[in-house]
Design a protein around this ligand. Sequence first.
Ligand SMILES: [Ca+2]
Length: 184
Amino acid sequence: MLAACGGDYAAGDDFDFSDEGWELVTSFPGPTMSLVKDDVTGLAPYICGSDTGFSGGARWQFRAPAKYTGNMGRAFRQRLTWQAMTTFQSGRLYAENDLLMIGRGMTLVTTVPDTPRATRKWAQFSVFLDARTPWRVEGMVGSPLATDDEIQTVLRTLTDLQLPGEWRDGAETSCIDLVYFGTP
Ligand SMILES: [Ca+2]
């Protein structure tokens, strides 16, 4: 475990120095990622994705860099926490967006509700890295709830972690900060 910024976690980012290798996951052309190094709120730095409007059926996500992957078994029964903020002019709010963990042979998805409803207002998010959060097994009939064993297996063989990015069907700039994976 690393001990930094006053907390324990398996991997984390506050974006103080760079975008740390985060990227956007998108199935359509358009959204671009940026590192905001300074802003009037004094809350920078953080990373953002900007899109120009409705993106079709699939929403875009933030993909965590390599340090969040590999054997992350020590994150089991801990939490993933982060903050998100969105800036928008118009468009409808999505009710939720997906959070994905992909391990060897299995993709787990949970939907994250309570999107940031006001423009430029940071919101705190937290999910459990165990069955206390309803992780669903994607690609299986009925998308059954994942068991603790399945979640632990995915964490031990993690190849991809994707946090919600897009929150609206209109143009937006949506940002994340203070990501801590495997934190108490
Ligand atoms: Ca959008």
